[in-house]
Ligand binder design. Sequence first.
Ligand code: EPU
Length: 442
Amino acid sequence: MPTRYDIVGGRPLRGTLRVSGAKNAALKMIVAALIADGVTALRNVPRITDVEITLKLCEELGARYAWRDETTVEIDARRVNNPVIPLKYSGSTRTPILFVSPLLHRLGRAELTTIGGCSIGPRPINYHIAGLRQLGVVVEEVSRAAYRFHADQLQGNIITLEYPSVGATENLLMAAVGARGRTVIRNAAIEPEILNLAGMLQAMGAVVYQDVNRAWIVEGASRFRAVEYDVMDDRIEAASFAACAVATGGEVFVQGAIQRDMVTFLDWLRKVGGEFDIRPDGIRFYRHGKLRPVNLETDVHPGFMTDWQPPFVALLTQAEGISVVHETVYESRFGYVEALVSMGARIQLTNDCLGSRECRFTNKNYLHSALISGPTPLQGGELHIPDLRAGFAYVMAALLATGESRIYGTEFVQRGYADLIGKLRAIGAEIIETPAETVEPQ
Ligand code: EPU
């Protein structure tokens, strides 16, 4: 049911909250559960819409699932029997393409009807397709974004990705574990969420390890066991709340913020003037004095995550001077800027690569660099969320703004942030969620 958030901002956020399990690890681990012919239990799974959709997709393929407690889900993959990844839930998420590899192992074929996800760029799947072909999969393009896959036995190979894509690396890891012989994936992504998935695959019986220079090496196996495994804590959520604490001049202890997974974020936060104390179970975020501007580029791990970018830009609206942010992962990840400008932010977008280097979007007419002049007081307003991480930037801008904001499109935020309202209230935010009946027509 569509809802809106009403937020009264302008006060420092103080208190303690606990982040949930990482969406971008949990989704892949749910998919990986289908490789094993048994009942997998995943702990620390966030209760978000994207997880529900992925579990429903598992069900459509013949698996069963049940929540054992609030955050532990059991996936019974013994009856996986349907190779058709249905259209029904596929339009809203990137996960469908990842089901291809488990289905190939279990059934020898898979059919993908379409693929969705946030509108932050064209997001093609060409690296997935090329890599699977190199592992011996016959791929037939039925229509745009609809494919048929077939392989009696996948065969290990040396694959070099054009770009260290997170999804393609995960898909090829899941394919390679069931391939005959050794697979090397070069120029691969090495995000902590992928390590989490690789750890699960290892526990299931695969030989899978990371080599130097962004390479993954996998020795295929033929039998996998169902395991109980923990999803890592969400470092995107942790960074989002950290940015809120520092931007509002408050002090928030984020339980589940793990230094090892957030080193780059912490460095940049400190450069801006944010402070933090590392504790065994989390990190306390606060600031002393004014915020400083920075020149920042997003990148694949271990660079500054693209998913940290929107809340960080909201933070930079409060820094004294001109900051530069060069987005190098997605073509169109500044869609939310217009709304921040309508609230009083001074942000200019440009097609140029304003970082220290060129990126894949050089000379391609994408507004992928931002100049942010601060500090600017923000005024509450009416906002319509375009995608998940932008949604958090809106919530954060509303928390910074004086007056009341009304935020529509909350379903985007609920795809990736579990119990956002509860967590924000725990740190003193004035936020209510209004049901659909009272949402005014746009
Ligand atoms: N790309 C291609 N071809 C491909 C695959 C990717 O050109 O076959 C391009 C994409 O268009 C993009 C870049 O490569 O420009 C990186 O895409 P990647 O494959 O790494 O992203 P993804 O796997 O689709 C995941 C996360 C994103 C996160 C990115 C980058 C999930 C479910 N999604 O997406 O998270 O931004 O990695 O770290 O894990 C989010 O949580 O809000 C989110 C968008």
